[in-house]
Each structure stands twice: as structure tokens, then as C-alpha cells.
Design a protein around this ligand. Structure first.
Ligand SMILES: CC(C)(COP(=O)(O)OP(=O)(O)OC[C@H]1O[C@@H](n2cnc3c(N)ncnc32)[C@H](O)[C@@H]1OP(=O)(O)O)[C@@H](O)C(=O)NCCC(=O)NCCS
Length: 202
């Protein structure tokens, strides 16, 4: 049986990550609308005119996936400005037998460049290893997405290979690089994660 994951907020030095609730729809729509050009370059779900039905469906599916222990999506908010949606960060199981999972994220365009993506992703890496008990966490990044590659590097992921023409985005098949981090690598790096303010010290 999968471990149940409590629906509590997770914090970092600057951020609060909370499971989605119905009232997140409007801030989510605003953040996607402000970021659509950057999101639509890399992410298959992002489209012009993303609106209420998309956001409501996403939040409903997200709540169901959490309750079933399949996937865990968090809204990223600044601790000092909690109503403004800064982006999403997620962790989900890819194989229960192999205790493997994957993370994904996006940050609204006018909040990029200040470490939010790294900080939020680091916190869900901690959730993956210390709450879900995973053995291995992967991250797939479209070739050319240098900002996301930089996040992977900063978090200590290792580039493991190339997945050719893996995802269809706006009519084009994109290659993805595959990155991975193992439980013992995270444990060895945890002090640095804490020093950066991404996770709490033990
Ligand atoms: C990728 C994304 C999450 C980055 O968010 P962010 O909050 O700006 O990330 P951070 O500030 O934590 O780190 C970004 C790093 O990339 C670097 N970077 C940004 N643009 C870059 C570029 N064009 N080339 C190389 N490095 C770049 C930044 O300098 C920073 O590295 P540094 O801390 O060493 O200076 C955000 O731009 C985004 O959501 N993009 C669209 C969706 C997406 O790509 N999601 C990820 C799919 S795998």
C-alpha cells in the first residue's frame, strides 16, 4: 500500500507549498495567463485561453490523485504574500515496486530568476525521499530548457540520458533529457539543502 501523505503545507525559508483547494482556481488562472508564452514552449497542457474549466478540472484531478496516493501537486506561494500564485510543483509515483517517482514544476514568468523554482523543487525532493520513502527520483527536461537544467544541477540531479521525441508540444516532438537523484545522494547532500533554506535542519 502507498504511504498516505498528509495534506498539510510544506515550508521552505521563503515559500509555502500547499495542496490545491478550490479557491486556488482564480490565482492559478492569473498566473498561467501571465506566463503562457513561457509555459507553452515546454509544457503540453499550457494553451492560449487557459481558463476556469481548465483550472477547475486540474484542481479536481489533483485532489483525487492526492487522495488515491498517485500524485501530489502543490501551489507555490511566498510566505509573505500568500494569495499570489507563484507556480506549481509536483511529485508523483512512476513505479511502486521500484520505489521510484518523478518531479515537475513551473514558475510564473514575472517571478522567475530569484531561486523560487529551485527552492520549491528541492522541497518536493525532500517529500519524495523522506515522506514517500522513494529510492529514486527523476526529472525530464526538454532539450534547450537551460533554466530547468540549471535547477536540476543545483539540486544535485545527474543527467542520465536522452529520451528522443518524447513529448508533443504545439505540434512538435521534443527530446527530453532524463535526470535522476538517488536516496543516498540526497541524504549526502541534505546539509547543503538545509543551509540553502530549502529544507529544515534536522
Ligand atoms: C524553468 C523555471 C521553472 C525556472 O524557474 P526559476 O524560479 O527562474 O528558477 P531558479 O531561479 O531557481 O533557477 C533558474 C536558474 O536557471 C538560470 N537560467 C535562467 N535562464 C537561463 C538560460 N536561458 N540559460 C541558462 N541558465 C538560465 C538562472 O540563472 C538560475 O541559475 P543560477 O541560480 O545559477 O543563476 C521557469 O522558468 C519556468 O517555469 N519555465 C517554464 C516552464 C518550465 O520550463 N518548467 C520546467 C519543465 S522541466
Amino acid at each position: 500500500m502507498p504511504r498516505p501523505l498528509p495534506t498539510k503545507d510544506r515550508t521552505t525559508r521563503r515559500l509555502v507549498l500547499h495542496p490545491f483547494r478550490r479557491r486556488d482556481a482564480d490565482p492559478l488562472i492569473a498566473a498561467v495567463g501571465d506566463s503562457i508564452d513561457d509555459l507553452a514552449r515546454w509544457l503540453p497542457w499550457a494553451h492560449d485561453g487557459y481558463g476556469r474549466s481548465d483550472a477547475v478540472r486540474f484542481i479536481r484531478d489533483s485532489s483525487a490523485a492526492w487522495a488515491e496516493g498517485r500524485a501530489f501537486d502543490f501551489a507555490i506561494r511566498a510566505a509573505d504574500r500568500p494569495r499570489r500564485h507563484l507556480g506549481n510543483v509536483s511529485v508523483w509515483h512512476t513505479s511502486r515496486r521500484e520505489e521510484a517517482g518523478e518531479i515537475g514544476y513551473w514558475v510564473r514568468s514575472n517571478a522567475t530568476g530569484s531561486g523560487i523554482g529551485t527552492e520549491a523543487a528541492a522541497r518536493v525532493v525532500q517529500v519524495a525521499f523522506e515522506e514517500l520513502g522513494l529510492h529514486r527520483v527523476t526529472l525530464r527536461i526538454a532539450v534547450g530548457n537551460h533554466a530547468s537544467e540549471r535547477i536540476a544541477e543545483k539540486l544535485g540531479f545527474v543527467r542520465e540520458g536522452l529520451l528522443r521525441k518524447e513529448v508533443l508540444v504545439a505540434g512538435t516532438w521534443l527530446d527530453h533529457s532524463l535526470w535522476g537523484i538517488l536516496d543516498d545522494e540526497f541524504a549526502a547532500d541534505r546539509t547543503r539543502y538545509a543551509a540553502e533554506g530549502w529544507v529544515q535542519r534536522r
